[in-house]
Ligand binder design. Structure first.
Ligand code: NAD
Length: 395
């Protein structure tokens, strides 16, 4: 059987995109793909691990969106990537002269790939410059920052999308479609486990281990995938959460942030979400959806590549065969279509704010010994990725 809910091509990426694993980080030197005639120009802000290993390589293959500028505090790094993409020095900005992007019509989207505490300011500055914004997760550090970002986008009449790549990833989108079809029966429990090891001396981890810059350690960095997955798998919003922390306070990594946080979320349907996030375990991004008839098991479920899902519990259950694609390319192409008025914004600022509110409720629960915290914020998703994001799946 073929499920095809696609409204558009899955992705205008070449064959190479099918292998979008971390190994592709070494794709330097690859030619830049021929782009659509109305391809949208993007400025990438922050040239750290994610930009250099995933986003810039993906931008070599996308057709709906192309690299138009680089924003970095390290001129040599920006120059290297500009050369690789055939961009001139005028396409290189730093954090101080960033606002002059307003005068650069080649930039239509700003993709913010900075530490979390910098997301709000650069989002607001981008809107003031008249650009659309794709902002990495978590949306920001405080709820007030999220509100400010949403308001700035509305004032500027520009689009804000939070970079929830798994909402554009075939295994996760297929799982959402199966959940909506009732494949597992009545959903009972969504379990998510998200974590990795961290090293204080590694610059990419150092700010993640700093509460002021990350806004919540492992919960904000990794737990957010589990919270978001629980919400999109169930297609509903939690009414109450409880959470506990397990942190070795003598470990120098955890002076300001918690290590492991374990939570429970209660949903209106009666389903329960339970999950954990941790910064002292091997890399793990797995989820399981348990219903009255079957289970969906994805391990890994949210890696950059190699995700796989099994249906467990039925008689000779056909297993989904899901094509692997480049999450970041798909997400950027999607946002280009949002900007061009061809696709709905499935992950707007309000979606990012909802996860932020839930994470803050969890932290409040941790600080009150696991007390239940109500999470009825009145948020309702406008577009369900299960029905909107086109993925072709064979099962
Ligand atoms: P990183 O530390 O590797 O890169 C951050 C960049 O910001 C670096 O180039 C750094 O030089 C620059 N920077 C500017 N000012 C800084 C300051 N004051 N302190 C520290 N760095 C500063 O981080 P990363 O892993 O690339 O993450 C960047 C963003 O992307 C974060 O918001 C993170 O949550 C998000 N992220 C998302 C995914 C995903 O799968 N969607 C994966 C990884 C990271």
């Amino acid at each position: 059987m073929t499920i095809d809910v696609s409204r558009r091509r899955v992705l205008e990426l070449g064959v190479g995109a099918a292998l979008a694993t971390p190994a592709l980080a070494a794709a330097g030197g690859a030619p830049v793909a021929q782009r659509d005639r109305d391809s949208v120009g993007v400025a990438v802000v922050g040239l750290g691990k994610l930009s250099q290993e995933q986003i810039l390589p993906a931008l070599k293959r996308t057709k709906g969106v192309h690299l138009a500028a680089l924003v970095s505090g390290v001129p040599a790094k920006a120059k290297k990537w500009a050369t690789e993409f055939g961009l001139s020095d005028s396409a290189i900005y730093d954090y101080a002269n960033f606002d002059t992007i307003a005068r650069d019509p080649k930039i239509q989207i700003v993709y913010i790939v900075l530490p979390n505490s910098m997301h709000a300011d650069f989002t607001v500055r981008s809107f003031k410059a008249g650009k659309h914004v794709l902002c990495e997760k978590p949306m920001a550090v405080t709820l007030a920052e999220c509100e400010r970002m949403i308001a700035a986008g509305k004032a500027a009449k520009r689009q804000l999308m939070i970079a929830y790549r798994c909402q554009f990833e075939p295994v996760n989108v297929t799982a959402m479609q199966l959940m909506r079809k009732g494949t597992i029966g009545v959903p009972r429990l969504i379990n998510t486990v998200m974590g990795k090891q961290t090293t204080l001396s590694y610059s990419s981890d150092a700010w993640r281990l700093d509460m002021a810059m990350s806004g919540g350690g492992a919960l904000a960095d990794m737990g957010i995938y589990g919270i978001n997955a629980t919400r999109y798998l169930l297609g509903e919003e939690p009414t109450e959460v409880r959470a506990w922390a397990r942190t070795d306070k003598s470990d120098p990594r955890f002076k300001t942030v918690e290590d492991m946080i374990v939570w429970q979320m209660r949903f209106p349907s009666g389903a329960i979400g339970d999950g954990s996030s941790c910064f002292s375990q091997p890399g793990t991004m797995t989820w399981q959806a348990i219903g009255t008839e079957r289970r969906l098991v994805a391990d890994p479920g949210c890696f950059y590549g190699g995700n796989a899902m099994r249906i467990v519990g039925g008689q000779n259950e056909a297993q989904p065969k899901v094509a692997e694609i480049d999450h970041f390319g798909n997400e950027m192409n999607w946002f280009a279509d949002v900007v061009r008025g061809r696709s709905p914004n499935v992950a707007p600022g309000e979606e990012g704010l909802q996860d932020m509110r839930i994470m803050h409720a969890m932290m409040q629960s941790v600080n009150t010994g696991g007390a239940a915290v109500k999470t009825v914020y009145g948020y309702k998703r406008t577009y369900d990725p299960a029905a909107t994001v086109g993925i072709r799946t064979e099962i």
